[in-house]
Design a protein around this ligand. Sequence first.
Ligand code: ADP
Ligand code: ADP
Length: 237
Amino acid sequence: MLSVTDLQKTYPSGDEALKGVSLDVTGSETVAMIGPSGAGKSTFIRCVNRLTEPTGGSVELDGLEITGLSGKELRNARRDMGMIFQEYNLIERLTVMENVLSGRLGYVSTWDAFRRKFAGDDIERAYEVLDRVGLGGHENNRADELSGGQRQRVGIARAILQRPKILLVDEPTSSLDPESSRAVMDLLTEIAAEDDIPVLINIHEVDLAEEYAGRIVGLRDGQKVFEGGPDDLDETA
Ligand code: ADP
Ligand code: ADP
């Protein structure tokens, strides 16, 4: 369970991106965070895993206070939070397999590096997650040979390789066509249910949020302005 309390972020520029946002996400729930550009959605997700340092509030994952961690403890905690990005963040000239494994132990460039760094278990697990996201047989394709939808699946495979306790997903569909978008949302909600982990998704397409999320959180100007089920959203719209 993720428990975020009064999260605040003021950038050095003076931008108050988060003005005290609280949110609990549990179980196999898919929660969508919606709101206009600049509302603070991306800052929220990045503060949860501390890719960005929050300036106030607290984040707990399964009872572990994330905001107080540093060094090795922080790296371990980050491994429990699978992160999926809008622009996939793949290393283009590496293969699908290399990209998936690089999420676990950092940058790897060649199969030689693999043999030094990875145990057979890791590689076996990588084949397993690639099958699961529908990329079985594509292990040796370079990332830059793939379509957008396939790239996002590599991003998802990389995120689930480490059996995370939560998936944090930042605008997964904004670079994809409608069909690939739905396939990615199907896959994410399926993972939430099957692995019994929560998925927090920033998304600007309200129709996808309504269709796939069990709960919707609306942000505006760094504050939570809505929280409820998809049906509640209809009533206020
Ligand atoms: P969203 O994801 O909802 O579009 P963001 O979290 O990207 O919102 O941005 C929230 C606010 O914080 C915006 O005003 C944005 O300009 C500002 N912001 C985001 N990142 C930075 C940054 N690195 N430095 C300064 N201001 C930032
Ligand atoms: P988003 O889709 O999250 O709104 P943006 O296009 O706003 O993305 O931001 C892209 C990148 O630029 C992010 O890394 C964000 O932190 C940074 N950024 C956004 N707004 C600002 C700002 N006002 N000053 C500095 N960096 C910013």
